[in-house]
Design a protein around this ligand. Structure first.
Ligand SMILES: Nc1ncnc2c1ncn2[C@@H]1O[C@H](COP(=O)(O)OP(=O)(O)OP(=O)(O)O)[C@@H](O)[C@H]1O
Length: 233
């Protein structure tokens, strides 16, 4: 059996004198989809930064698979309508030598494949600033896919998208998960999406954490601000 994609053992971390976790242990199996949930400020983004190696644990261990290739999709940010790049050129920014005219054939093929996988190929010449919220977020996803990740972290990537667009994005993520055996960590406030699209959840609380299957989630015990699912607008 292959090693898990990620193993966290007895992790402790805090900023200054404020501890965020003191004995956090969990495993992400390859090809699994996990929601990381918890109230604002409980430490979800910080945990992703620890996993990505941007922060060092106070104690404990974070072990990643030797062949791990990480992709990261940031929180949805709107892009100015005046933003001049096309969807294709924007996605290309994540490639080395991206802006050179002699861009390699292989890179162009990888770029086209990422646009195809995210359903953006037909719209690639559209200016990103004029694209819909869903297309913008898919463009970030396509950027992440360019590095051929086997582990994808989505950091509140669906926040502030409408319900149809969220569902479409998560359906796409699940297809990629099935096609590439992609391990997914989905940071979210949305319990409905967590239940619908991921098999397990890791709930962070100020007291500790809970790791469980989403089908066994007891929503009445979830932090108040996670219920009901975040506002759609
Ligand atoms: N670089 C930093 N220095 C000091 N404190 C920080 C730093 N980054 C985050 N914090 C604090 O650590 C706590 C956890 O922050 P984090 O962003 O991980 O929470 P979160 O669960 O992702 O919140 P949200 O749901 O609001 O995005 C917060 O109180 C935050 O203010």
């Amino acid at each position: 059996m292959q090693a898990p994609m990620l193993t966290v053992k007895q992790l402790a971390f805090g900023f200054h004198d404020r501890p965020l976790y003191h004995n956090l242990s969990f495993t992400l199996e390859r090809g699994s989809m996990t929601s990381l949930i918890g109230a604002n400020g409980v430490g979800k983004t910080t945990l992703t930064r620890l996993i990505m190696g941007q922060l060092k644990p106070t104690s404990g261990e974070i072990m990643t698979a030797p062949d791990m290739r990480l992709g990261y999709v940031p929180q949805f940010r709107n892009i100015d309508p005046e933003y001049p790049l096309s969807i294709r050129s924007f996605v290309q920014l994540n490639q080395r030598q991206s802006r050179w005219p002699w861009h390699g054939k292989k890179e162009q093929q990888a770029l086209t494949a990422a646009l195809q996988e995210t359903g953006l190929l037909a719209r690639q010449q559209q200016r990103l600033g004029m694209a819909s919220g869903g297309e913008k977020q898919k463009a970030y996803l396509a950027q992440a896919l360019l590095t051929r990740p086997n582990f994808l972290i989505l950091d509140e990537a669906t926040a502030s998208l409408d319900i149809k667009t969220k569902t479409e994005l998560m359906t796409l993520v699940r297809e990629l998960n099935a096609k590439h055996d992609l391990t997914v960590l989905f940071v979210t406030h949305d319990l409905e999406l967590a239940k619908q699209y991921t098999q397990q959840y890791l709930l962070l609380t100020p007291e500790g954490y809970e790791l469980n299957q989403t089908k066994l989630m007891d929503e009445s015990r979830m932090p108040q601000e996670l219920q009901p699912a975040e506002e759609v607008h």
